[in-house]
Design a protein around this ligand. Structure first.
Ligand SMILES: [Zn+2]
Length: 66
């Protein structure tokens, strides 16, 4: 598991209030578990709302590009 955050400070406003969100298909949720499919994790600045980072939760589910 990757527990450490890749960003700890907003690069736009300098805020350190980092929030996490999950997206599965078109559904944006704050629940981490209970969803199937490819989930995307967001790190969001709680101050200005900028999306600072995003990654997929299960990268091994995707095909290799070559
Ligand atoms: Zn910010």
């Amino acid at each position: 598991m990757m527990n450490q955050l890749p960003v700890t400070q907003c690069r736009f406003c300098g805020g350190e209030d980092i929030r996490v969100g999950w997206q599965s298909d078109a559904l944006v949720t704050f629940k981490r578990n209970g969803l199937l499919g490819n989930r995307i994790k967001f790190l969001i600045c709680g101050n200005c709302g900028a999306v600072l980072y995003q990654c997929v939760a299960e990268p091994h589910r995707f095909p290799q590009a070559r």
